[in-house]
Design a protein around this ligand. Structure first.
Ligand code: AMP
Ligand code: ZN
Ligand code: FE
Ligand code: FE
Length: 289
């Protein structure tokens, strides 16, 4: 390729991935390795969006600076609206420490929940210890995938799928509810930290009538492109985003294992979507002044 300015990444043609997990929560790779992988995949930007933590963001930002790839500071919050759990991405967080501090209480609740899951599993005849799960989480935000990994290692199940289908999934015998942040409160927290509140993978639940009150609660955007979406979800969500004045987002939800389409850059999210988000962030911050 011989373009003017060859050697510089052409951000117009480039793609971004705005949803990825690391060892700060239930991902396989350390934050620096997530950013390295994003760089090797040729991405112009990657967002680190660990569950209820920004603990990996400083390391990811440092690696991004070394490798000249943009890192978007983020997190994925487990929220409640109505009678459902909705995942909410915080993207473009300015006050990383401030938002992380406010999420500490939810990480503590995840620990208490893991203890209850252990109790259930022991009763069910699958002895595991909290220590094993803590070791699996490596000090990061604890989730069911850490429990699933222990069940696999102990030979109680063949793989993650069986761990969730038989024991850990919603309605299964070792399922324990998670403490959820109210959606409106979560949007306020994100805005106070200078970020955008983007509803993660709404999928088939993302209908106009359902989303309208959520927009009034503070949503800035919709993750319209995600590996869990059916073919018509993106089209419907894109129309809803346009009508409600929401920004679009998209990402692979990569956790580091080669599971299906959840690999970095599999969603081929155009750089323009990130530019739209940058404009929205700038507008939000100007409003707050
Ligand atoms: P938690 O945050 O503890 O509720 O765990 C939710 C995480 O578990 C999700 O973000 C996924 O990474 C993973 N997960 C949920 N359901 C499944 C499943 N059926 N198979 C594999 N992983 C799953
Ligand atoms: Zn996860
Ligand atoms: Fe999610
Ligand atoms: Fe995720």
């Amino acid at each position: 390729m011989s373009l003017p300015g060859a050697g510089l990444p052409d951000s117009r043609a480039a793609t971004v991935d705005l949803h990825a997990h690391s060892t700060a929560s239930d991902g396989v790779y350390a934050p620096r390795d997530v950013v390295r992988a994003a760089h090797e995949a040729g991405l112009a930007a990657v967002a680190l969006t660990d569950h209820d933590t920004l603990g990996g963001v400083p390391e990811a930002l440092a690696t991004g600076a070394e490798l000249s790839i943009r890192v978007v500071p983020g997190a994925e919050l487990s929220t409640r609206f109505g009678d459902r759990e909705w995942h909410l991405l915080a993207l473009h967080v300015a006050d990383v420490q401030g938002l992380d501090d406010r999420l500490a209480v939810y990480r503590e609740a995840r620990l208490a929940r893991a203890e209850r899951i252990v109790g259930r599993l022991v009763e069910l005849g699958l002895p595991v210890t909290l220590q094993e799960i803590l070791a699996e989480s490596g000090g990061g935000s604890i989730g069911r995938p850490h429990v699933a990994a222990v069940l696999v290692r102990r030979g109680y199940v063949a793989d993650f799928r069986e761990a969730f289908d038989r024991w850990l999934g919603a309605g299964r015998p070792a399922f324990v509810d998670k403490e959820l942040i109210g959606l409106s409160e979560a949007c306020d927290m994100i805005h106070e930290a200078g970020g955008l509140a983007v509803l993660a993978h709404p999928g088939a639940y993302g209908r106009r009538a359902t989303l309208e009150p959520m927009v009034r609660a503070g949503l800035d955007g919709l993750e319209v492109r995600h590996p869990g979406h059916a073919p018509d979800d993106e089209r419907r969500l894109t129309n809803i985003a346009a009508d409600f004045g929401l920004v679009r987002s998209g990402g692979s939800d990569w956790h580091g294992s080669p599971d299906g389409h959840r690999i970095l850059d599999s969603m081929r999210v155009p750089h323009e979507w990130l530019e739209e988000q940058d404009e929205r962030v700038a507008a939000r911050r100007a409003d707050r002044r």
